[in-house]
Design a protein around this ligand. Structure first.
Ligand SMILES: [Zn+2]
Length: 263
C-alpha cells in the first residue's frame, strides 16, 4: 500500500484532514494540514507519511496509519464522487491533486502523529532487513520456551508478522508451531528466516493487487488469499502431502498446520 501511494502523493501539500470517525481519536489535524508529503513508506506494520512543515523545516513529522484488520488507504484523483459508498470511510486527506481515503470496516485502525523517526520505529527486528539472519533470530529468541508460533507474533522481537503469516511461514519451513522457540536448531533457524522473508515479500507483492482491486470495486478480500496453504484450510488436504490440515488455538489466536510436514 505504501509503495503504491508513494508516487501518487509524494511532494503534495495536505490541504485538509477530515476525521469522520470519532473512534480514531485523532486531534492533531492542525499539525498535519499545510504540511508537504515527502514520502510514504512502511515502518513496521504502519503506513507512514513523512511530512515536512515550512515553519518547522528541521523537524520530522510522521503521520502513521495502522491498518489493523480491515483498514485501506485509497488514492482517488479528480473530483470527489458524490453518492459513493461512504459506509466505512473514516478519514479523508485532501491533497492539491486528489485525496487519500481511509476506509476501515472494523474500525480497529489508528492514526498517530510522531515527532521523530525514532518514535515511529518499532522495537522489534525488521524481518526484511539484511540484518535479520539465523544468528540474529537465535539471539532474539534468547532461550525462550514460548511456542514458536506464539513467539513469532511478538512485535517487540520481530515486527510485522501477523497471525495469518505466522502459520504460513511455519508451514513453509516445516516447523511444528507448538515447538518451543528455543528448541530450533541452526538449519531450522535458517529455514525460518528464509521462509519469513519469502512469505512476507510475497504478501507485500500481493497487497498491491488488493489495493487496485479495492480501488476499482471496493472489494475487501486480500490478494494473497489464494496463496494461503494452511490458514483457514482446516479439514482440507495439505498442499504438499495431502494430510489433513489441523486447527488449534494458541494464545487466543488460531493456528493452522500440517502434522505430517511440520515437525
Ligand atoms: Zn503436509
Amino acid at each position: 500500500m505504501a509503495r503504491q501511494l508513494d508516487p501518487l502523493v509524494r511532494g503534495q501539500q495536505i490541504g485538509d484532514l477530515q476525521i469522520l470517525d470519532h473512534l480514531l481519536a485523532f486531534n492533531e489535524q492542525a499539525e498535519v494540514i499545510g504540511s508537504r508529503i515527502q514520502a510514504v513508506r512502511r515502518i513496521g506494520k504502519e503506513v507512514v507519511f513523512e511530512l515536512e512543515r515550512a515553519d518547522h523545516p528541521e523537524d520530522d513529522w510522521l503521520l502513521a496509519v495502522h491498518l489493523r484488520m480491515t483498514g485501506r488507504l485509497i488514492h482517488e484523483s479528480g473530483r470527489l464522487a458524490e453518492g459513493r459508498g461512504e459506509r466505512h470511510l473514516r478519514a479523508v486527506l485532501e491533497l492539491k491533486r486528489g485525496r487519500v481515503l481511509f476506509y476501515d470496516m472494523r474500525r480497529f485502525g489508528t492514526f498517530r502523529l510522531y515527532r521523530t523517526l525514532a518514535d515511529a520505529l518499532p522495537a522489534g527486528q525488521e524481518p526484511l532487513d539484511r540484518s535479520f539472519t539465523a544468528t540474529r533470530l537465535n539471539s532474539l529468541i534468547k532461550g525462550s520456551n514460548t511456542a514458536v508460533k506464539v513467539w513469532l507474533l511478538r512485535q517487540d522481537r520481530i515486527c510485522g508478522i501477523g497471525n495469518i503469516y505466522a502459520s504460513e511461514i511455519l508451514h513453509d519451513c516445516g516447523i511444528d508451531p507448538f515447538r518451543p522457540a528455543v528448541s530450533l536448531n541452526e538449519p531450522e533457524l535458517n529455514s525460518l528466516v528464509s521462509s519469513t522473508k519469502k512469505i512476507l515479500r510475497k504478501a507485500i507483492r500481493h497487497c498491491g493487487t488488493t489495493f487496485s482491486d479495492f480501488q476499482n470495486a471496493n472489494g475487501e478480500v486480500g490478494g494473497y488469499q489464494r496463496f494461503l496453504r494452511v490458514y483457514q484450510h482446516a479439514g482440507e488436504g495439505c498442499h504438499s502431502c495431502g494430510t489433513e490440515i489441523l486447527r488449534a488455538v494458541q494464545a487466543q489466536r488460531s493456528t493452522f498446520w500440517c502434522p505430517a510436514c511440520q515437525r
